[in-house]
Design a protein around this ligand. Sequence first.
Ligand SMILES: Cc1cc2nc3c(=O)[nH]c(=O)nc-3n(C[C@H](O)[C@H](O)[C@H](O)COP(=O)(O)O)c2cc1C
Length: 254
Amino acid sequence: MTLSAPPVPDNDLMRYLRERGSTRNFKTDPIPDAWLEALLAAGQRAPTSSNMQVYSIVVVKDAQTKQKLAEFAGNQKHIIDSPVFLALCADLNGPALACEMHGTSFHGQTFEKGLVAAIDASLVGMTISLAAGTMGLSTVMIGAMRNKPLEVAELLGLPPRVFVVFGLCVGWPKTSPIPKPRLPMPAVVHQERYDASRLPELVEQYNRELAQYYRDQNRETPDDAWTQVISDKYSKPARQHLRQHLNTLGFGLE
Ligand SMILES: Cc1cc2nc3c(=O)[nH]c(=O)nc-3n(C[C@H](O)[C@H](O)[C@H](O)COP(=O)(O)O)c2cc1C
């Protein structure tokens, strides 16, 4: 006799994940302080490499600061509209202080240490985004903070060894997002050994699904909705200044 597997749990988080999508259309209503505090506390529960906690968050509510950040990000209006903008930073100041306290020399300027800090900041941001989603709030991440890392750092008063990896707009959605389709699972999940033999066929399938998704929303799209955009992105250099600017901010990404 074979035992049947218990049903897959269907809880708030699983339901939210099925329906989630980024929001770029926010009401201007504020987020109660206690809710924001709860979100930040949830973010602090994220796993962190070797308990290093090499991240920090700058909470921005000020309209003028959001206006400037929106400009730096190529005029992304949702940064202005969302009541709270969180700047998720890679931050090596804790380890620098620990070295100072123990009389050791700080060797944080390596690619590995910079990467670890960026991963920590990302996990915290994602955790906040998930917590917000299950509370009826909505978010969009803003990688365009890396368009002008030095200007962003100056505006937010960041000390050396801190840079904004991405931002997170948090607020009340005006409308529920319509979940954007994803690549078919076999394009990204491999069983035991990597196998990309079906990738071309799966990507073609996804092009059709994504084009349909955009057309259902009356948005213009080419038939090859995914590959055209992605090939455009990957055939041109982007943010070539980034390494040099992050070096200026105290990250040695060599
Ligand atoms: C690291 C990161 C940076 C992003 N940067 C931006 C951004 O600058 N502006 C924006 O409108 N969306 C941004 N997004 C949102 C993505 O465009 C979005 O997640 C993706 O198109 C999938 O759509 P969905 O989140 O609605 O499922 C970013 C997402 C990530 C993970």
